[in-house]
Design a protein around this ligand. Sequence first.
Ligand SMILES: [Mg+2]
Length: 324
Amino acid sequence: MTEQTSLRTSERSARARGAATSKATAARSSGAAAKPGAKPGFDKKTIALVYDFDGTLSPRPMQEYTFLPKIGEDPKAFWRECNTLAREQEADPLITYMHLMYKKAKARGVRIDRADLVALGRDVELFAGVEAWFGEIAEYIRIRAESQGVALRHYLISSGLVEIIEGTRIRPHFHNVFASEYWFEAYDLPYPKRVITDTGKTQYLFRINKGIENLGQSINEHMAEGVRPIPFSNMIYFGDGDTDVPSMAVMRKNGGHAIAVHPPGKPRTKCIELFRAGRCDFFAPADYTRGSELFSRTTLLIDRILANIRLEEEAWRLRRSAGL
Ligand SMILES: [Mg+2]
């Protein structure tokens, strides 16, 4: 519990730092820092890259690297049992997996606390190039952006576990992580605190779009398009399959972008299906190294976003000079 509280505190302060940084970036881009009371500048210059985790950044579900081996569970048998149980009970499959993991751990006498889950995150495998990707994309935008004050953020929206993600090497690259999470003190077994389903993922896209990332705040209140800090047209969503369809659909219908990935060297059938249905702009093998197909298709979309930012900024200046 002490561990959890301290982690929570450090997470909150990291978020506060993030908010302070983004406020500073916004102030710089608007010029408001230099001249208090000056008219704010065009501020829709933040680009958000949003990722699914399992199958998109990592080859297998994160529980298979860590939790399941620790309790001596065969992954295939475990997921089969989850699906059967969820179907029989008409239960939510994600709540079912979160419950079953700990029920089995308890039955086998294995205690896994929050800190243990975080530690397990270190063993999660990532696709080639993922670790360097964040720096490479930042560098690309730095070179290509002709507009001052363009900012880049990475977000994760996953049905996997916040705790495991927290332990991965790439966690510091994310502005925010939205994933399923446990209460550790609710009952004798850890209890789902937040479950992120396929359709539930779309809520977090709107949170990014509206700048309402504090989960204690409601997302449902109306906010005019013009005041939303990150337009969908500045966002790219990365996913790998059917569980990403609602998110991809929300992105594309709102003027945003989506890229589907498949494991390198494995069939791309699912991606072709998504592409054919208009769910994604592009698809590519999940190889994140600079110069890969994924890298070049992503940067192509980034070029389009950067051009759009310049265009919108110019129109904004013209409207202002015309007194509109
Ligand atoms: Mg996935």
